[in-house]
Structures are given as structure tokens and as C-alpha cells.
Design a protein around this ligand. Structure first.
Ligand code: NAP
Length: 304
């Protein structure tokens, strides 16, 4: 039976550690603070930001939710970021993506002070990560490393194959795995004979954004499968392809009219040595690592 890597439990442990650190900082008169910027009312973004703000409250981190209208323009957003960069009570600035098309997302992310870039998206932090001197690493990739380490899954010397090369997940995940001494291969949409590469993986990270894309034939038996994908499926045909006969999923699909599947076909999990489920695998780590980064930023800014 493959081992299920419980992201909820691992995230809980990290959040407890962060809460302890917050307490220790409070004794020194320091309260880490996060500014969360949410433009407009996209339902998924609202859910994500609300849960980030709630987690701050749970852990004793100050947070401020800023909600510009979806008509906001780049200059107004740049002014907002400049004012947050200047505020001493704000250690982390989170700009929830995606932004409306009239806003220059790159210019905005570049304007965030690297010392407050708790998402780890700024080119300075990307460069530090590559140089092996990470200050604030992107949250989802950092969470992947925590899952592997805290589950006792060896990384050094293993062949890690990362499918996806986004700046947010794939590339930084590959870099972090490399720094843990994995032998790393990065695949993308132009990779030839993808299955031949993924079948070599001891650790396979799927960050593609396509439901059930990694099938059984693409997996080496016994491999560790890290499924980053979050894909909502709404049709009966898709449901039956991935979850036929799964009573729990059936009940929630009937209730909500949709369910979530990762980038790995659930049938491929049966072959794995260990895997992260969707939901409840990588997802919970992203918020936990955001909290850890906020406390880290608060300490680094004060030279602690
Ligand atoms: P992205 O920016 O769209 O990148 C997708 C990557 O997959 C690209 O590098 C693309 O290759 C590659 N790809 C697409 N089709 C492919 C194919 N047929 N064969 C091989 N590679 C292919 O997506 P992302 O932001 O990295 O996110 C990936 C997934 O993770 C999404 O489902 C997203 O919702 C999820 N996600 C989850 C969390 C979490 O907290 N769990 C956080 C972030 C993202 P090219 O570069 O060649 O186009």
C-alpha cells in the first residue's frame, strides 16, 4: 500500500512552530505583520486570501487586508506597494494573483521590497535561491521540501523529475531539490517522450495544471509522487474517469457539482511508494510556508 503524505498534519506542525516563534518575538516587543492585497472579487482569490488572513490571526501575526477595486491601474498599485514597503509594522507583502489585465503584474512584483517579498517572487530572491543563499523562497516549493523531509523521504542522490517550469512552482522546486542534492530533471511542454523521463523519477513533482495528466504508465513503481496541481472538474464524464466507485468523492461531487483532481491521475497513486493527495497534500503547506516566511522576514529585517 502506498503511503499517503498528510499535508494537513505537516502544515499543522509548521504552524505550531511558527506560533512559538511569534510568541518568542512578542517577548522582544516584535509583532510580525503581513499585508494581503486582494484586487477585485474573484471567488478563488477571495477564499485563498481570507484563509491566509485567518491563519495570521490564529498564529498571532498582525495582518491587514487591502482590497483595491478591479478598476485599479498600475500606478495606483505601485503607490500602494511603495507605502507598504515604507511601513515598519509590515514585514510581508502578499499580492494575490492573478491581477486584472490592465495591471502590469511583473512591474508590481518587482516593486515589492525583496526584504518583504514573502512569496519569494522577486528576481533578487529568485537569484538568491539559485545561488544557494535563499532568504525568502517561494512557498509552494518550500512546502514540497518540508513534506519530503518531515516524512523521512530521502532526497540526496535521488532522481527528482519536475514536470513544469513556472517561476512560481516548477523552477524553484527544481532548485530547492538540487540544493538538497537530488539529481534533477526539469520537463515542460516541449519535452520529448515525457513518459520515458518521468519513469526514471524516484521523486516526481507534477506542477502542470492539467487534470490527471501523469498516468500510471508514466510512473516508476515505488516512486514518491508530489502532486501540486489543483484542477476543478465539473462534468460527470471527468468525474467517472478519475473517481468512479469512490463513495466519498461521489457524495461531495453530488453536493457541490464539482470536485478537485491534481495533475496526477489517482490511478497512478496506486503504484507509488508515497504520494501527496489532492486535496490535503501540497496545498496546506503553501499557507504554512507563507506564515513561516512572514516571521522569517520580520527577523531578517531586524538582523535577528
Ligand atoms: P503554469 O505557470 O501554467 O505552468 C505549467 C507548466 O506545465 C509549464 O511549465 C508548462 O510548460 C508545463 N506543461 C503544460 N503542459 C504540459 C505538457 N503537455 N507536458 C509537459 N509540461 C507541460 O502553472 P503553475 O503556476 O506552475 O501551476 C501548476 C499547477 O499547480 C496548477 O494546477 C496550479 O493550480 C497548481 N498550484 C498549486 C499550488 C498549491 O498551493 N498546491 C500553488 C501554485 C500552483 P511550458 O513552460 O513549456 O509551457
Amino acid at each position: 500500500m502506498p503511503r499517503i503524505l498528510d499535508g494537513v498534519a505537516i502544515a499543522k506542525a509548521i504552524k505550531q512552530e511558527v506560533a512559538e516563534e511569534v510568541k518568542a518575538l512578542a517577548a522582544k516587543g516584535i509583532r510580525p505583520g503581513l499585508a494581503a492585497v486582494l484586487v477585485g472579487h474573484a471567488p478563488a482569490s477571495e477564499i485563498y486570501v481570507r484563509s491566509k488572513v485567518q491563519t495570521c490571526a490564529d498564529l498571532g501575526i498582525f495582518s491587514e487586508l487591502i482590497t483595491p477595486p478591479d478598476t485599479v491601474i498600475t500606478e495606483e498599485m505601485l503607490d500602494l506597494v511603495a507605502s507598504l514597503n515604507d511601513r515598519d509594522d509590515i514585514d510581508g507583502i502578499l499580492i494575490q494573483l492573478p491581477l486584472p489585465p490592465q495591471v502590469d503584474t511583473k512591474a508590481l512584483l518587482d516593486a515589492v521590497s525583496p526584504s518583504k517579498d514573502v512569496d519569494g517572487f522577486h528576481p533578487v530572491n529568485a537569484g538568491r535561491l539559485q545561488a544557494g543563499r535563499p532568504a525568502l523562497a517561494p512557498c509552494t516549493p518550500a512546502g514540497i521540501i518540508e513534506i519530503l523531509k518531515r516524512s523521512g523521504i530521502p532526497i540526496a542522490g535521488q532522481h527528482a523529475v519536475v514536470v513544469g517550469r513556472s517561476d512560481i512552482v516548477g523552477k524553484p522546486a527544481a532548485m530547492l531539490l538540487l540544493h538538497q542534492n537530488a539529481t534533477v530533471t526539469i520537463c515542460h511542454s516541449k519535452t520529448r517522450d515525457l513518459g520515458a523521463v518521468t519513469r526514471q523519477a524516484d521523486i516526481l513533482v507534477a506542477a502542470i495544471g492539467r487534470p490527471g495528466f501523469i498516468t500510471r504508465e508514466m510512473v516508476k513503481p515505488g516512486a514518491t509522487l508530489i502532486d501540486v496541481g489543483i484542477n476543478r472538474i465539473t462534468t460527470r464524464e471527468e468525474f467517472d474517469r478519475y473517481f468512479a466507485g469512490n463513495a466519498n468523492r461521489e457524495a461531495s461531487f453530488a453536493k457541490r457539482g464539482s470536485t478537485i483532481v491534481g495533475d496526477v491521475d489517482p490511478k497512478a497513486f496506486e503504484l507509488a511508494g508515497a504520494y501527496t493527495p489532492v486535496p490535503g497534500g501540497v496545498g496546506p503547506l503553501t499557507i504554512a510556508m507563507l506564515m513561516a516566511n512572514t516571521v522569517r522576514a520580520a527577523k531578517l529585517r531586524r538582523g535577528l
